[in-house]
Design a protein around this ligand. Structure first.
Ligand SMILES: Cc1cc2nc3c(=O)[nH]c(=O)nc-3n(C[C@H](O)[C@H](O)[C@H](O)COP(=O)(O)O)c2cc1C
Length: 227
């Protein structure tokens, strides 16, 4: 698998969350190559607090099957670690709402179409058709610092994938099945699954992949105390 020669800036600009993939397989050697790059991510004290499980083929099918027993948008199995804080406040609340509504608009799924929205959510548990699923695991005894370091590892992985013409979608949705997947993967006592990631080739014909999420400008989040 050859790199496309993108600069880091280009990879940052091109990486988006892809939610419809082609069935084109991704060789194990490619995923190993990506992980070999992502492991260079920094971490405080060089703890390297990340662990990863990669599934493809029958292992991927088995995870999808385990998730199929999940009844849909019911509360997470791990209520202690909700994906978002309760009663999300501004500007975060509006941002979350906007990206969701923009996505459903592209898919032609109205607010009233609850079944349609649930069906789209359920696509998470099929990796949106991606041939490879990646799960990020962290020791539950780790604190907020190590979680941040895991995030750096994850973004490094996504950028390396982008450089190779591959697409990704991080999937916190898998965290809703934290207990089911802990059993499924027979994780060690303290290991917990944080998040998944779909990995593969984007379907260029899928409308959902034309979604471009917005970002606040630098002036909105940065304070410059230059003198
Ligand atoms: C850690 C993490 C978890 C995410 N989980 C999900 C998910 O479960 N399902 C999903 O469709 N998108 C998920 N996303 C994608 C975000 O919605 C997306 O990154 C955000 O809207 C910005 O869009 P972009 O990635 O296209 O730039 C996740 C993103 C991150 C970073």
């Amino acid at each position: 698998m050859t790199a496309t020669g993108l600069t880091v800036s280009q990879a940052l600009q091109q990486r988006i969350s892809v939610r419809a993939f082609l069935p084109t397989p991704v060789p194990e050697s490619t995923v190993r190559e990506l992980l070999d790059l992502a492991r260079l991510a920094p971490s405080g004290g060089n703890l390297q607090p990340w662990k990863v499980i990669v599934v493809a083929g029958a292992a991927r099918a088995a995870v999808i099957d385990a998730a199929r027993r999940y009844p849909g948008l019911v509360p997470s199995e791990d209520g202690e670690r909700p994906v978002y804080p309760a009663n999300l406040w501004e500007p975060y609340r509006s941002r979350r709402y906007k990206v969701g509504e923009d996505m459903y608009a592209l898919l032609g799924i109205s607010r009233e179409n609850k079944a349609g929205r649930l069906a789209q959510v359920a696509r998470n548990f099929e990796f949106f058709g991606a041939p490879v699923g990646v799960f990020f695991v962290i020791d539950e005894r780790m604190g907020h610092s190590q979680w941040a370091h895991l995030g750096m590892f994850m973004q490094s992985l996504a950028l390396a994938a982008t450089e190779r013409g591959l697409s990704t979608c991080f999937q916190e949705f898998w965290g809703m099945l934290r207990k089911t997947l802990k059993t499924h993967f027979q994780l060690d006592e303290h290991d917990m699954l944080y998040c998944g990631m779909a990995l593969g080739y984007a379907d260029p014909a899928a409308a959902v992949n034309t979604l471009r999420s917005e970002r606040a400008g630098v002036a909105e989040f940065a304070r410059f105390d230059y003198d």
